[in-house]
Design a protein. Structure first.
Length: 341
């Protein structure tokens, strides 16, 4: 198996890798690392103990605090086991053996690496797929890929905040409303950063898939055009963009967090942003259920939509969700008329 990743003495992220046959004692062969020798041995011991206890599942990363002989002493460690598949043709005898297994480790500072556990799982999955499909070598692909984990998996949200500044509100609005977005005149990394930000800021996985699919269709039909982001100049230029008070308030939260330059803080702000949006949706649904039989509750619905700062998006979401429910649909229709007036 093979470990990869570490934190260097100056607090910057580091990396390491190793491989070993699949033996019962889980011995580890080092493939690559940028840890000091003593710390690498300690990390290998830590991973071996986890393997012995059966605490690693293929493709599912874990995060733990690890004590190593480096200035930080206690640091956060993400570690993930995966199996390389579809290697070059092997003999009949070799094909009876298990495919090589690897353990990749990424070490950062004292921050909560668990905040980005899913992103790092995807990062490892991409490594696994590329290794299987293209047979890339350790020196030309694996080492550079692993050493760039912090920039590629942790920092995209931070880079988007720094790039868009006050215009981030438009991006948040597009993500919440599932407005189609086109990015023009930019490099591949920036385009991927924006795409990832939009996916991370959306409510995908937090509301029903059928609702999201219907909302995407509804937004596309209503607007007939995408929001365009033109990155040809020093600052992105946005066309056909929308915003609301809710997104503008959260934009300021992101910009205030930018002063410290902490990517983990940005991720937490993003999670809080989505949590608040879900709370508002659930509150509106509750008011709508009450309003089916109570005219005062209908007024509460209207006041909530008017004051929450995101009434335009919430109304579209409940409109899609209640399309097949006659009583609720009538309430939504009345609310739409009130909001238009």
């Amino acid at each position: 198996r093979s470990p990869q990743g570490a934190g260097s003495g100056d607090g910057s992220p580091s990396s390491a890798a190793a491989e070993t046959p699949s033996t019962e004692d889980f011995s580890l062969s080092l493939l690559d690392t940028n840890l000091p020798a003593e710390a690498e041995t300690e990390l290998r011991s830590f991973v071996a103990k986890r393997l012995t206890k059966g605490a690693l599942f293929e493709g599912m990363g874990n995060v733990a605090s690890v004590g190593l002989s480096i200035p930080e002493n206690k640091i956060g460690c993400y570690y993930c086991c995966f199996q390389q598949e579809n290697l070059l043709e092997m003999s009949t005898l070799e094909s009876d053996m298990n495919a090589p297994e690897y353990v990749v480790c990424f070490l950062g500072g004292s921050e909560k690496e668990d905040t980005f556990r899913l992103e790092l799982d995807k990062y490892i999955q991409s490594l696994k797929i590329n290794l299987a499909l293209e047979q890339k070598t350790l020196e030309t692909y694996v080492n550079p890929y692993l050493r760039s984990w912090f920039e590629n998996a942790i920092c995209p949200i931070q880079r988007v905040v720094q790039l868009f500044q006050e215009k981030l509100a438009f991006l948040l609005h597009a993500a919440l409303s599932y407005t189609p977005v086109e990015v023009k005149n930019t490099d591949e990394r920036t385009e991927k950063d924006i795409s990832r930000f939009l996916a991370a800021a959306s409510l995908q996985g937090l509301v029903q898939e059928e609702t999201m699919a219907s909302l995407c269709i509804a937004m596309t039909e209503q607007q007939h055009k995408s929001m365009i982001i033109d990155c040809s100049g020093p600052q992105p230029q946005l066309h056909s963009a929308g915003s609301n008070r809710f997104c503008e308030d959260w934009m300021h939260a992101f910009l205030n967090g930018a002063e410290g330059g902490n990517p983990f803080l940005f991720q937490q702000i993003l999670e809080n942003f989505k949590l608040k949006a879900i709370q508002d949706i659930n509150n509106l649904k509750r008011f709508i259920r009450q309003a089916e039989m109570n005219h005062y509750a209908l007024f509460k619905c209207y006041m909530f939509l008017k004051n929450c700062g995101s009434g335009d998006i919430l109304l579209k979401i409940v409109q899609v969700e209640h399309a097949e429910m006659p009583e609720a649909r009538n309430v939504v229709t009345v609310l739409e008329e009130f909001m238009r007036e």
